[in-house]
Design a binder for this molecule. Structure first.
Ligand code: HEC
Length: 455
């Protein structure tokens, strides 16, 4: 063990260095963040954007202070922002230190009850691909570490790509994964964490995914492979190979909202492979850029405008991230004692029936897209929560039954009104569950409408 540990820790300075190239030469920067330290940037104000796609979402990629160069928000403020905009959770991401401890503090002092998680990235500051860094993250009080990133900014790929002369971390040599990579993979499997591929070569990423799958890792992430060649930059064929291994491909909000090549590549990849292989994280945090939730909202809008369906947005912003941090995909299936519309209180099939009934009896005035017309109000999203927040589902059903359709109130079956409400709920971001919501009024009275999952 001692021998292993020593060889692991020396990987950054010695083993990984190309022969004859002094990695500690005083000529170049010693650290990636050097260039960012004094970068002038004007903070960007909070735009307070909201969207049904982010209500119940989990941001798996939230940069924050404290960091080695200025960030827009600290970890507590990121957690508060995410909670206040209705997210279900957030993973604090730092390239150089573990964040499970910070997640513990955020839950204790900033956002009790909110799902804040930590992670570790195996860059130089934790000794590279260092199994001890993973063991430490796993054991930190609270046990909130969820993601292990392979090397990112200090990856051999990125340092070489940028032709820099600074310490880097290798994951393979001569086409084979290094032993410590397999050791980390085994730890990830043992603790049922998520493994993210970092900024390695595409072929290395695929090797890592294959080894991880073979070792029993269930939660696999390809770190933003659509963004820029400086990072892992994959072709559609490589993405397909990753998806076939069961990996989820990360799309960063920042990449989508600034348009251009990254956004074009992301859309092409979603169309080619299907949204079920992707998830969206903000990757926000840099001073001068949109904050985390604004980034997610703008990304959701851009994807929607490009034709991505609400169901696919739900997968990419909510369900897949929940799976990756090992939370139940739906907040709760147990609704016997009432609860809220965030507890999965109706089924997918029921919402589809509701959609059909809505199309027949309501869409003429409130429109197919639920946005309403000059006379009839919008019925979903923010409008839904503005009208029904703190009411019960029964209130909404009874109001609609007694007054709608405007030209023929109470002309539908009681169950059809309930189904229509489940459709409106689903369109507003509420999760589906495994049990149908019946027209039993005693039951309907127990289910509260809140604009975000309860905490
Ligand atoms: C003929 C046009 C028309 C049809 C069809 C129609 N609505 Fe409306 N609806 C309106 C108008 C106009 C309003 C605003 C005035 C009002 O509240 O009566 C409205 C208001 C509403 C409201 C807001 C009520 C409130 O108290 O805030 C809801 C909810 C609603 N409709 C649901 C439905 C549902 C569900 C259906 C289908 C079963 C439906 N509407 C069919 C025209 C229509």
């Amino acid at each position: 063990m001692t021998v292993r540990a020593i060889s692991t820790l020396s990987i950054v300075g010695l083993l990984a260095a190309p022969v004859g190239r002094p990695v500690n030469a005083q000529t170049g920067p010693q650290a990636h963040w050097e260039q960012y330290k004094n970068q002038p940037a004007t903070p960007q104000p909070d735009q307070h954007l909201t969207d049904p796609a982010i209500v119940g979402a989990i941001d798996l990629h939230a940069h924050h202070d404290p960091d080695s160069y200025p960030r827009e928000l600290d970890g507590f403020d990121v957690a508060k922002l995410a909670r206040d905009r209705g997210l279900r959770g957030v993973v604090l991401k730092n390239h150089w230190t573990e964040t499970a401890g910070l997640a513990y503090l955020a839950r204790k002092y900033a956002t009790p009850g909110f799902e804040v998680f930590g992670a570790v990235t195996l860059d130089t500051a934790v000794g590279g691909v260092n199994p001890q860094a993973v063991r430490y993250m796993v054991d930190v009080v609270g046990h909130l570490g969820r993601i292990v990133w392979m090397p990112t900014h200090d990856s051999e790929h990125e340092v070489r790509y940028n032709k820099e002369s600074r310490p880097f971390v290798s994951v393979s040599r001569g086409g084979k994964l290094l032993p410590e990579v397999n050791e980390v993979i085994a730890l990830v499997a043992e603790h049922d964490l998520a493994l993210a591929t970092g900024h390695v070569e595409p072929e290395e990423a695929l090797q890592i995914l294959r080894a991880a799958k073979a070792a029993g890792v269930k939660r696999l992430i390809v770190t933003h492979p659509l963004l820029d060649p400086q990072f892992t930059y994959m072709s559609i064929e490589q993405l397909r190979a990753a998806a076939d291994l069961g990996a989820f491909i990360e799309i960063t909000g920042g990449g989508v909202i600034r348009g251009g090549e990254p956004s074009r590549r992301a859309l092409a990849a979603i169309r080619a492979l299907g949204a079920r292989h992707f998830f969206v994280g903000s990757d926000a945090g840099l001073v001068g850029r949109e904050n985390h939730t604004d980034t997610l909202v703008l990304a959701a809008r851009a994807l929607r405008a490009a034709g991505v369906s609400e169901a696919d947005l739900t997968l990419m912003f909510k369900d897949t991230p929940a799976f990756l941090v090992n939370l139940p995909v739906r907040p709760s299936q147990s609704t016997a004692a009432g609860g809220t519309v965030w507890d999965g209180v109706f089924t997918e099939a029921q919402a589809s029936r509701g959609e059909a009934a809505y199309g027949r009896s309501c869409a003429a005035c409130h429109k197919e897209d639920l946005l309403g017309s000059a006379t009839a109000p919008a019925l979903a999203g923010e409008a839904f929560f503005r009208r029904w927040n703190e009411s019960t589902v029964d209130d909404a059903v009874q109001t609609m039954k007694s007054s709608m359709p405007q030209d023929a109130p109470n002309s539908l079956e009681a169950q059809a009104y309930v189904d229509i409400v489940t459709y409106l709920l689903k369109a507003s971001g509420s999760p589906t569950g495994s049990v149908e919501l019946t027209a039993d009024r005693d039951r309907l009275k127990l289910i509260r409408v809140t604009s975000a999952p309860s905490r």
